[in-house]
Design a protein around this ligand. Structure first.
Ligand code: RFL
Ligand code: PHB
Length: 394
């Protein structure tokens, strides 16, 4: 088989890129290790930046998003139970975010791929990349035990943090930067109305909590937990008690409790691999970088990467101009590092670190009090949270 662009992984990065290339008349095939139900079933991101919402509109993928997405002009912070509001829309001159689950985004991407005949190969085992430094790279895999081969012009690694693409960059070329946080997030979904209209990021003496949602009748809540905690350590009653305590008596007393139907623990990590291009291989999304979920940036960064890469590949095929593909890594990393900084900072000021002493705690409290009282500090938070501009191509 032959195509122009081979895309490894059918997560948000891979599928948005597939639609972008399809729109521009560039041949691409997506090769995914799992099946559709698995990729669509993963409960992950919930907050879309304006850049992501705009792209869904441009690609004709926004019918359900328009109907079901919850547009938020602000967010709430809480310090030891005292909540305050940040009016992001006013502070940024009109920007908003939209609450719409990654599961819904994936469903829209896959349904449209079926309608538009965007090819996806599911259940591809033992995917391997070869000859990436040549002009004729090659992808091989096994399908139901049978060996397959795809020749192409470019390979895009959209295969997440644990994928094989990043590992194809020689060790003396790839530089990695990492922080692993000494805690995790325990997240639940429950069919109960959310406690507030907008999200609450809560810093409490006992640890971080987040009140989020999926709809007017479905809540998504998280509490910071220990890295060695297991889901079984957290029966629903313990979860609700701890959440309400961390949100404070005022908000906590308004939380509607109910049985959870999803409960999982995720570790937190900051990670960047540089460069995001080697030979004919490009990396995009979690394959190149990870952020802790506090800033709600992971999926949005995957989208901004592939927006830049889609432009660059269109320039290559339509105008024979390689400036975009040559500048991709530098342009993408400039935005990635700003999102890394924001996600690291927001995690640092809202979580309880095991090594924290009284001084660290007072500094954290002072920082949140400063944000509460300073329009300038609120604006800095707001412009990062709604998403920074993509940045110039050159
Ligand atoms: P993905 O989603 O991991 O998809 C990669 C795909 O590649 C496949 N794959 C392979 N395919 C072929 N061959 C191989 N060898 C392969 N190895 C892997 C995988 O099966 C998979 O289908 O990466 P992508 O596309 O870069 O997308 C990244 C986002 O999914 C991720 O950043 C977000 O979910 C992060 N995230 C959030 N992002 C936001 O923008 N806003 C949020 O509010 C937000 N909240 C979150 C989050 C992530 C969380 N967890 C569980 C990590 C909340 C949580 C709790
Ligand atoms: C979510 O709703 O899952 C969510 C919201 C905001 C975050 C992270 C996750 O920062």
């Amino acid at each position: 088989m032959r195509t122009q662009v081979a895309i490894i992984g059918a997560g948000p990065a891979g599928m948005f890129l597939a639609h972008l290339l399809h729109r521009d008349g560039i041949d691409a095939i997506v090769i995914e290790r799992r099946d559709r139900a698995y990729v669509e079933g993963r409960v992950r991101a919930g907050v879309l930046e304006q850049v992501t919402v705009d792209l869904m509109h441009r690609l004709g993928l926004a019918t359900r998003l328009e109907r079901e997405g919850l547009v938020h002009g602000g967010t709430n912070l809480s310090l030891d139970g005292r909540m305050f509001h940040i009016d992001m829309k006013t502070l940024t001159g009109g920007a908003t975010v939209t609450v719409y689950g990654q599961q819904e985004v994936m469903r829209d991407l896959f349904d449209a791929a079926d309608d538009r005949d965007v090819p996806i190969i599911w259940n591809a085992a033992d995917v391997a990349l070869d000859d990436l430094a040549s002009t004729r790279p090659r992808v091989t895999w096994r399908e139901e035990g049978i060996g397959r081969r795809l020749d192409c012009d470019f390979v895009v690694g959209c295969d997440g943090y644990h994928g094989i693409s990043r590992a194809s960059i020689p060790a003396d070329v790839l530089r990695t930067f990492e922080r692993v946080y000494p805690f995790g997030w325990l997240g639940i979904l429950a069919d109960v109305p959310p406690v507030e209209d907008e999200l609450i990021y809560a810093n409490h003496e006992r640890g971080f909590a987040l009140a989020s949602m999926r709809s007017a009748t479905r809540s998504r809540y998280y509490v910071q937990c220990a890295l060695d905690d297991a889901v079984d350590d957290w029966p629903d009653e313990r979860f609700w008690d701890e959440l309400c305590l961390r949100l404070g008596s005022d908000v906590g007393s308004r939380v509607t409790r109910g049985p959870s139907f999803e409960k999982a623990i995720a570790p937190l990590r900051s990670f960047v691999g540089e460069p995001m291009r080697w030979g004919r291989l490009f990396l995009a999304g979690d394959a190149a970088h990870i952020v802790p979920p506090t800033g709600a940036k992971g999926m949005n960064l995957a989208v901004s990467d592939v927006t830049m890469l889609g432009e660059a590949l269109a320039q290559h095929y339509q105008a024979g101009n390689d400036a975009g593909i040559d500048g991709y890594s530098r342009r993408a990393l400039a935005r990635v590092w700003k999102a890394e900084r924001f996600s690291w900072w927001f995690t640092s000021v809202t979580h309880r670190f095991p090594t924290m002493d009284g001084f660290d705690r007072r500094i954290q409290m002072a920082e949140l009090e400063y944000i509460r009282g300073s329009e300038a500090a609120q604006r800095a938070l707001a412009e990062n949270y709604v998403g920074l501009p993509l940045g110039a191509a050159r």
